[in-house]
Structures are given as structure tokens and as C-alpha cells.
Ligand binder design. Structure first.
Ligand SMILES: Cc1ncc(COP(=O)(O)O)c(C=O)c1O
Length: 408
């Protein structure tokens, strides 16, 4: 049976060619039905329960964290924190790091030029408000991290390095474990800068293991990995979470509140989750990972991805009028393809494709520093997922070629 059949959107729209999964993934029936079923049968607030449906709700909430912890290699589900979206979560992390005194004025945070705004703006806020430095590491000709530039920037001022695991524009995979080894070699275990990883584009594609990466914190967004919108995962090492003073607090995240003072909870993850959590979204991420397990797990997902990457790259290389902003080597990249056609506006191409029922995205993809770096004002991006087929890719190229001929 085709994977596509697991995703009801393609039954509702049989002719739809959805090539925008980097922005958000479509949802399998198990997620849609799982959330509906939860809302129908056992929805209730969690914590402090004494009745059945609240107990069921609490268990589902914990189970969702356990499955996330399992799939990112976390030591405990208590290290898994849910928030609303990446920008919110990284702001929570960056501001809490500042509040705890782990970053100080004149300290340097290193990011790369390909970062999504979610991993740029929170650090720029600390720069604007408190005077830290934010420096950008370049990429090489193959769109990999420029390791010479990286080494040059490793001064004694560097206290935190925050990198995308996979770029949402080039699809290039950064070797985070290697970055961690370089940091260890340069600074030693005690002085090593914090390593934060934006895994928003890696968790939807391959098995990520925080222990192997050697990172201190990692975040990703559930809606790109088949779950509902607004469920977002922030993982950090228990000792870091224990040290951090959260910038938000309130019900559920405190021990006691008096008129003049309050005491923070030290319990994880409650300390970082004040207020009512996003319950149905938690169920959606539980069902999303169950879906991945039910098909064949990540290993099979990677196999399909590899095949479609090679297939798409071959077709891209046949269009001489087109410039791919990403590597032509399929080995170290995922199925995200950003491109420009000289003299044709990217929005005209995406509109032309949309008129033919093909969904791609045009613009700067929330990566303005990178667009500036590669001298592009706007680009088109097509991206795949396991519900896409070689026929989808063929149809995309057929219409794209017509678009180029007609619009040039
Ligand atoms: C690499 C990367 N980081 C962060 C984000 C932001 O995720 P969200 O839109 O869920 O906040 C995205 C979304 O495109 C992304 O691709």
C-alpha cells in the first residue's frame, strides 16, 4: 500500500502535489484520528488528578514525552519540555541562560549563516539588550560548514555555539558530532562552550541522538514531523535544566506563592512548563512518532529519502537555466531543494506551479542572512517527504520546464 494513502489530504485533493514539507508536513490519519479520539474520549487537564480521564490524559502526556525522549536518545523524558514554537523555545532558552548568568556582556555566541531566523533573532535580542556578540560562520563551496572559518572564530570569548543540524534552505547536514569534537579539542571538557542544535529539519528526516551529537540542548518543531502545529520540543541536559532559572513561571511551575515572594519548582520538566500544557498537541506528537514506528521506522524513511534525493538531483542538473542553491552531492543532504531561475521571479514560478496544483514556496525562507550571503533576494524551494513519489517529482519538473519557457 502506498504511503500516500495514510495521509487523508491526498484523498481530499487527489491531484495535489505537495512539495512544501520543509515548511510543514502533512498529517497521517493516525495523528488526526488520535487527536480527535483523545478530545472525544479522555480530554481533561493534567496534574493533581483524582478522576479517571485526567489520569488517562496525564499518562498520554507522559507517553508522548517518553516516545520523544526515545527517538532523540534523551536519558529521561523529564528532560523533554514542550513549548509553542521554535522562536518561543529558543527565546526561553536564551533568556533563561542569560538570567542564570551563563552568558555575560562581551561573550560571543556563534551561529552559522544558514540559520533560520528562529536561531538568529533570540541571540540578536541578547546582543541588543545586554551587549553579547553574535558572529556568523560561513559555509564552503559545497554548502557545508566552513571549518576553517569556524576554527578561526573559536576565541576565548565564545561561550555558546548554536547551529542548525540541517539547513532549511540548502538541505545540507552539518556534522554536529564533529563540531563538538572540535570544541572539546579547543576548550577542554570544563570550558567547552554550550552547544545548542536546531534539529527542526533533522528530526523529520533521520534518527537524531543527542548523546552522539554531544550537544547540551536541542530543539525541533512537531508540525514538521507529522504532528499538529504548536507543539515544539526543547531538550536539554538535566544538569543544564537544573541550573537554569526559567524566565517564565506560574501555576504548576512553582512550589509556593506568598504575597511578597514565590519559590520556583525544581521538578523537571514542570519547572519550564507553567500553566496548562498543550495536551492535544502532545497526543499528536505521540501518534506521529508511533506512525513513524508503524511504517518502518527511520531506517526505511532514510532509504526512501536517499532514493528521491538522487532522483530529484538528476533532474535538477538537466535544467541548464536553473541554479540550485545547495549541494549536487546527494550523500550529505536531505530532500530540500532551493533554486533560482535567472531573469524569472521566484514568485512567478511558485504561482505558475500553484496553478498546476503543485505546492512549493517562494521567498527567503526565514533565512535572510543566508540569502544575503548568496546574493539572492528571493528563491523557490521544493521539498519532499515520504508521501511523495517519483511521479510527483516528474510532474514538478514537467511543469517547471513549461514555467521557465513561458515566463522567461
Ligand atoms: C531549521 C528551522 N528552524 C526553525 C524553524 C521554525 O519552526 P517553527 O515555524 O515551527 O517555529 C524552522 C521552520 O521552518 C526551520 O526550518
Amino acid at each position: 500500500m502506498s504511503i500516500k494513502q495514510d495521509f487523508p489530504i491526498f484523498t481530499t485533493h487527489p491531484d495535489l502535489i505537495y512539495l512544501d514539507s520543509t515548511a510543514t508536513s502533512q498529517k497521517p490519519a493516525i495523528v488526526i484520528d488520535g487527536v480527535a479520539d483523545y478530545l472525544r474520549s479522555s480530554y481533561a487537564n493534567i496534574h493533581r488528578w483524582s478522576y479517571d480521564i485526567s489520569e488517562v490524559s496525564e499518562k498520554l502526556y507522559e507517553d508522548s514525552k517518553k516516545i520523544v525522549a526515545k527517538h532523540i536518545g534523551a536519558e529521561s523524558w523529564r528532560e523533554v519540555i514542550y513549548t509553542w514554537n521554535s522562536t518561543y523555545a529558543l527565546n526561553l532558552l536564551s533568556q533563561s541562560i542569560w538570567r542564570t548568568g551563563l552568558l555575560k556582556k562581551w561573550d560571543t555566541v556563534l551561529v552559522s549563516v544558514v540559520e533560520h531566523h528562529a536561531n538568529v533573532v533570540p541571540w540578536l535580542i541578547l546582543k541588543e539588550d545586554y551587549g553579547i556578540n553574535v558572529e556568523f560562520i560561513g559555509v564552503d563551496d559545497n554548502f557545508d560548514l566552513d571549518y576553517n572559518d569556524f576554527r578561526d572564530k573559536l576565541t576565548d570569548k565564545v561561550k555558546l555555539v548554536s547551529l542548525a543540524h540541517v539547513s532549511n534552505t540548502t538541505g545540507q547536514i552539518f556534522d554536529i558530532a564533529n563540531v563538538n569534537s572540535l570544541l572539546l579539542a579547543r576548550y577542554g571538557r570544563k570550558q567547552k562552550p554550550f552547544l545548542v542544535v536546531d534539529a527542526s529539519q533533522s528530526v523529520p528526516h533521520f534518527e537524531v541522538n543527542v548523546q552522539n551529537l554531544g550537544c547540551d540542548a536541542l530543539f525541533f518543531t512537531g508540525h514538521k514531523v507529522f504532528a499538529d502545529s504548536w507543539i515544539w520540543v526543547l531538550w536539554a541536559k538535566e544538569e543544564l535544566l537544573t541550573d537554569l532559572k526559567p524566565i517564565f513561571s506560574g501555576g504548576g511551575a512553582i512550589w509556593e506563592v506568598k504575597q511578597k515572594s514565590f519559590t520556583h519548582s525544581t521538578k523537571l520538566p514542570d519547572k519550564f512548563e507553567p500553566g496548562t500544557p498543550n495536551l492535544s498537541w502532545a497526543v499528536s506528537i505521540l501518534r506521529a512518532f508511533e506512525y513513524i514506528e508503524s511504517i518502518w521506522g527511520y531506517q526505511k524513511l532514510e532509504e526512501i529519502e536517499q532514493e528521491l534525493v538522487e532522483y530529484a538531483l538528476k533532474s535538477f542538473s538537466k535544467i541548464s537555466d536553473l541554479k540550485l542553491i545547495g549541494s549536487h552531492d546527494g550523500r550529505n543532504r536531505v530532500w530540500v531543494f532551493t533554486f533560482v531561475v535567472p531573469w524569472v521571479h521566484s514568485f512567478d514560478i511558485s504561482d505558475y506551479l500553484a496553478d498546476n496544483n503543485i505546492c512549493v514556496r517562494a521567498g527567503q525562507h526565514c533565512a535572510e542572512p543566508f540569502m544575503e550571503y548568496v546574493w539572492q533576494m528571493h528563491t523557490c524551494r521544493m521539498s519532499l517527504h515520504i508521501y511523495n513519489t517519483k511521479q510527483d517529482i516528474d510532474r514538478f519538473f514537467e511543469v517547471l520546464k513549461n514555467a521557465i519557457t513561458e515566463l522567461k
